[in-house]
Ligand binder design. Structure first.
Ligand code: HEC
Length: 179
């Protein structure tokens, strides 16, 4: 009887071991990248309209958007730039009440006059601004030239936009594996 009990509990541990292992694997497969929240803000707030999906920026309707790949700003400075925009440039402010109820560079709309940056087409909440700043720091700043793998990970599909970044022999499958 004792032997039976011992082997029963051993089987139980093995079963529990498999069960745990299975659960851990399933979780790893569905756990989203924490910076995906910021990536969605980057798309939704149209940062990509001016800075492009890869962040390199360039000319556009907002003027010459600076490269977020080459930026030397710290997280704190990026958060401030998004919230307050940048006076006398096309970089819009994204926080409701900037230069009014929210302090920006210690200046008000009146102080700025025609140097007032444009208002974003939609405001962001402080946590959304932090999320998009974290995304810029983790996945854009200091990343060198944009790659095909980055492009398909940004668009989450084999977007035709990405074909320009393809190197010979590269496919969505091989690029996905390379990540
Ligand atoms: C309407 C166009 C436009 C939109 C939309 C826009 N930007 Fe900009 N952004 C600019 C321009 C233009 C500059 C360059 C300002 C300058 O000349 O100093 C800039 C500058 C910046 C800078 C400063 C970079 C540096 O190194 O000084 C950061 C950071 C930035 N943008 C982040 C963002 C983020 C994040 C979003 C989305 C929430 C966004 N921008 C949306 C046009 C835009």
């Amino acid at each position: 009887m004792r032997i039976f009990e011992a082997s029963w509990s051993l089987a139980c541990v093995v079963v529990a071991g498999f069960a745990l292992c299975g659960a851990a694997q399933a979780q790893a497969a569905v756990t989203p990248d924490p910076t995906d929240v910021g990536k969605n803000v980057f798309k939704r707030a149209n940062c990509m309209g001016c800075h492009k999906w890869h962040g390199n920026g360039g000319g556009g309707y907002g003027g010459d958007a600076l490269s977020l790949r080459k930026t030397e700003l710290t997280r704190e400075q990026i958060v401030e730039t998004i919230g307050c925009g940048r006076p006398a440039t096309g970089m819009p402010f994204f926080i409701r009440g900037a230069y009014d109820t929210i302090k920006c560079h210690d200046m008000t709309r009146q102080d700025l006059g025609d140097q007032m940056p444009p208002e974003a087409t939609g405001f962001l909440r402080p946590n959304e601004i932090e999320a998009v700043a974290d995304y810029v720091i983790a996945r854009i700043k200091g990343k060198g030239e944009p790659s095909y793998a980055e492009c398909i990970s940004f668009f989450s599909d084999g977007s035709r936009v990405c074909n320009t970044y393809k190197t010979p022999g590269e496919s969505a499958e091989t690029a996905g594996k390379a990540q």
